[in-house]
Design a protein around this ligand. Structure first.
Ligand code: 3HC
Length: 295
């Protein structure tokens, strides 16, 4: 079927109701799309529904959405723990945890459910799009759609071309991102794409600077905020992203390029092993538990 004859995208499937999935669902709903949100965890779906509801209410308070549009958006969200509903999706975005086997398995199970012309996009931050696409029989209609945290605020979407991705797939994915008020930037499938290839070495170097005693956490962050005008210091940002996610991306860069310049700082590894994952665990380079505040 010629893609130009396809009906417009109305219903988007979002797989994974974690931080990124719920942010993507929130933005889609706020821009008039219907969303099928799936996750195997009912708890994650309930938490995502609460967070999306609060986000849409905030959009009304801030004048970004009318009260009527908010009501319509609430009604357009269908949370489900079953992938079978994806049969009615016009476009599917996977935002499951960063595990290649898990993601490939999701795409394998989606393949017979989704209509053949539907594009599959992965929000992966570091896994090869070409590799994930090979789990399906639609590598031409497969791409990366990499959103940034917090999704409702960050303007960029990296649109990643795998080796077999068709130009019309990239055009359609870019047009979806634009319709959400985002700026799509097309990049090719290489480890870390552009964003994390540039960002993660900076974060890693900041961790090395702390490990080697060049300066303390607050001072490293202050240097980058006051000297480079970054909205957050690299260590504060690592806490926002999740130290486990940063470590996984550094490992993907290291293994992808076989270059020691991407070697993760031993301090970062140690913190992940200790369960200090950043904001989500209550402690990373900073402490987010008010009752145990020591820093
Ligand atoms: N979720 C949703 N909205 C959020 C949010 C969150 N977690 N955190 C902040 N916001 C919203 C606030 O609600 C506020 O919006 P509103 O007032 O218009 O409703 C707006 O962002 C500004 O928030 P604040 O005034 O509280 O705080 P700041 O002005 O300090 O901004 C920030 C917070 C937007 C997070 C800013 O510090 C920032 O841009 N930091 C850098 C973030 C960044 O670099 N993200 C990319 C991470 S890399 C990534 O995601 C890729 C992955 O592959 C690793």
């Amino acid at each position: 079927m010629d893609q130009s004859t396809h009906p417009p995208i109305q219903t988007v499937g979002v797989i994974g109701a974690g931080t990124m999935g719920r942010g993507i669902a929130h933005v889609l709903l706020g821009h008039g799309y219907s969303v099928l949100l799936t996750d195997t965890s009912p708890g994650a779906l309930a938490a995502a529904t609460r967070s999306i509801t609060a986000g849409l209410a905030r959009d009304v308070e801030k004048g970004r959405l009318t009260a009527e549009a908010k009501e319509k958006a609430f009604e357009s969200l269908q949370p489900s723990s079953d992938l079978a509903g994806m049969v009615s999706a016009d476009f599917i975005i996977e935002a499951a945890p960063e595990n290649v086997d898990l993601k490939a398995d999701i795409f394998r199970r989606l393949e017979p459910l989704a209509r053949p012309e539907v594009i599959f996009a992965s929000n992966t931050s570091s896994i090869s799009i070409t590799r994930l696409a090979s789990a399906t029989s639609r590598a031409g209609r497969f791409c990366g759609l990499h959103f940034f945290n917090p999704v409702p605020v960050m303007k960029l979407v990296e649109v990643v071309a795998g080796m077999e991705t068709l130009p019309e797939t990239l055009a359609k994915a870019s047009s979806l991102a634009s319709s959400l008020g985002k700026t799509p930037i097309q990049v090719n499938d290489f480890p870390g794409f552009v964003s994390n290839r540039v960002l993660m070495p900076m974060i890693n170097e900041a961790v090395y600077a702390v490990m080697e005693g060049v300066a303390d956490v607050q001072s490293v962050d202050a240097v980058m905020k006051l000297g480079m005008n970054h909205p957050m210091g690299p260590l504060e940002l690592a806490d926002l992203i999740g130290l486990d996610v940063c470590l996984d991306i550094l490992k993907a860069l290291y293994e992808g390029f076989h270059d020691p310049k991407y070697r993760a700082s031993p301090l970062l590894e140690k913190m992940v092993h200790a369960g200090r994952l950043g904001r989500k665990s209550g402690r990373g380079f900073y402490n987010y538990c008010p009752t145990t505040q020591t820093e």
